[in-house]
Design a binder for this molecule. Structure first.
Ligand SMILES: Nc1ncnc2c1ncn2[C@@H]1O[C@H](COP(=O)(O)OP(=O)(O)O)[C@@H](O)[C@H]1O
Ligand SMILES: [Mg+2]
Length: 509
């Protein structure tokens, strides 16, 4: 890590503290001395203004650069880490950045395709959209099947180096936090940075986005109401993604959709059903389905772009999701409870009947309410809250699904305020259940359960290890507490001197 990286990290922590981020974190009281001191100092010179915290955060994250925008967006999906209030504010964070121009894009394309670049992209238009990682151009190309328009997504120059440096900074910060503030360790900052790093690494290789597009195209080949642009693999590389140009109206432009004569309630139903079908049937869903990434084409089909972030559900999670939705639709709370136990999400020592009772408390209030007021995403959210009471482990893939469901529902409701989530989703859910949990499905499940048992066998030694670890944990805890105290002071001194060096190198004093 270079001094300039550290300086950037220090500056970022400073800006974020000033804008109230650290203050909003669900930190246990009393806070470590240094955090309190930093907050006092930051609070004293906090910029006052009419702007809300959400706006100030948005400005701060954008100013700090692409990795921070991504960090902010990522944390918006983790209320379990940053608290509900901060997550809500961060959800307003928009990923819009100044573009890097046509010449910038040409340079990246040149690096990727060398001498062939001008032949492959003879007519490249100016940028039409720019965000932290990439920008998009419209271009015309000529192939065997004639001349047609394409969309060209180009990675921001130098973004790899920048993100690597910022990630190194995030890791340093996360490690310092884990060491210095043992009580914050519960939030597992290093694991959070790990997840962010993994998702950023995937987003930084546009061939993977192309592959996600192609996988989705294959899954939905027989669906006549949803599609994705086809990939032009010949014009695609790590930093350039070329795909079919979509001529359509964005789902954000409801007025234009209405003017074009599309059936809005049908479109809303299609959107929700498509999403559920992807999650349940395919176990592969678009995890960034906001209105800016969705079009309706002339034939009334929904077309999705931007597959940088996708989610996957294994067979177990898919079945869990289907049975839960089905259980709530049919008010069979005991079944919903059983599903939790069968999936192994709730420890067996919890009581099934009491759990079913808690689920009834979540589900019953929904039934007297007009359909237009029931949010499926809220139901899932309440469900997760309830299940936490019963020591259920939060499953990251289900959280991502729930977060996407919030977005999908929002878009669907903007098209049809009276949308009845249950009625619209019922056919997809019932169909899946009939198909998968009917006679054929049961045989398949039995086969896969046998597979699970076999898969468990090699892990048994590790289970015994775990038991042993628990037995020795008490001693270890005492030992590590002693050690932590002895390294804490030098670390603090080190951190403070780093901050001073960084600040002076930035010319602050
Ligand atoms: N295939 C396409 N056809 C037409 N417009 C597209 C296409 N792909 C992207 N765009 C436009 O470019 C914008 C940014 O592309 P997107 O893939 O969403 O990038 P980002 O990851 O930066 O959001 C989209 O919101 C859309 O307006
Ligand atoms: Mg987008």
């Amino acid at each position: 890590m270079l001094p300039v990286d550290i300086a950037r990290l220090v500056r970022a922590s400073w800006v974020l503290a000033r804008e109230g981020v650290i203050n909003a974190l669900p930190l246990p009281e009393p806070r470590p001395f240094a955090v309190s001191a930093a907050l006092l100092l930051a609070g004293a010179i906090r910029r006052r203004g009419a702007a809300s915290r959400a706006e100030r955060l948005s400005i701060a994250f954008s100013r700090l650069g692409p990795s921070y925008v991504k960090l902010g967006q990522f944390l918006a999906t983790r209320p379990d880490v940053v608290g509900a209030a901060l997550a809500t504010d961060l959800a307003e964070l928009q990923d819009a950045m100044p573009d890097f121009g046509l010449a910038g894009a040409r340079a990246v394309i040149g690096d990727s395709f060398g001498l062939e670049a001008t032949r492959l992209f003879p007519e490249l238009g100016g940028p039409i959209a720019a965000a932290s990682i990439a920008q998009v151009h419209k271009a015309a190309v000529t192939d065997r099947d004639g001349r047609h328009d394409v969309a060209v997504k180009v990675l921001r120059p130098g973004i790899g180096r920048r993100i690597a440096s910022d990630l190194a900074g995030f890791y340093l910060a996360a490690r310092l936090i884990e060491r210095l503030a043992p009580r914050v360790r519960r939030l597992r900052p290093v694991a959070v940075v790990d997840t962010l790093a993994r998702s950023l690494t995937l987003e930084m290789d546009l061939r993977l986005e192309a592959a996600a597009l192609s996988e989705m195209a294959q899954n939905t080949a027989d669906d006549d109401d949803f599609r994705v642009p086809t990939v032009d693999w010949r014009r695609t590389s790590r930093s350039v993604l070329t795909m079919e140009w979509i001529d359509g109206i964005k789902l954000s432009d409801v007025t234009a959709i209405r003017a074009a004569g599309h059936d809005l309630p049908k479109l809303a139903a299609t959107l929700l059903q498509s999403f559920l079908r992807h999650a349940l049937r395919d176990g592969f869903f678009h995890a960034d389905m906001h209105q800016g990434n969705l079009f309706v084409d002339a034939a009334g089909r929904i077309v999705a772009v931007d597959f940088g972030i996708v989610g996957r559900l294994g067979p177990r999670e898919r079945r869990f999701l289907a049975e839960i939705l089905h259980g709530f639709i049919t008010r069979n709370y005991r079944r919903v409870a059983e599903v939790h136990f069968e999936a192994g999400y709730v420890p067996p020592e919890q009581e099934l009947e009491t759990f079913a009772q808690a689920l009834r408390a979540v589900g019953e209030p929904l039934h007297g309410v007009p359909a237009s007021e029931i949010a499926m995403s809220r139901l899932l959210n309440q469900l997760f809250e309830t299940t936490e009471l019963f020591a259920m482990q939060t499953r990251p893939e289900l959280i991502l699904l729930q977060k996407t469901m919030v977005v999908v529902e929002g878009v669907a409701r903007s098209l049809d305020p009276d949308l009845d989530m249950w009625k619209v989703s019922e056919p997809v859910v019932s169909n899946w259940i009939a198909r998968n949990l009917g006679p054929i499905g049961r045989i398949e499940t039995a086969v896969s359960a046998a597979g699970d048992l076999l898969a468990l066998a090699p892990r048994l030694p590790r289970v015994f290890d775990a038991i042993e670890t628990i037995a020795t944990r008490t001693e270890a805890a005492d030992e590590s507490r002693r050690r932590r105290r002895s390294i804490a002071l030098p670390l603090w001194i080190g951190a403070l001197s780093l901050a001073v060096i960084a600040a002076s190198s930035l010319g602050w004093f």
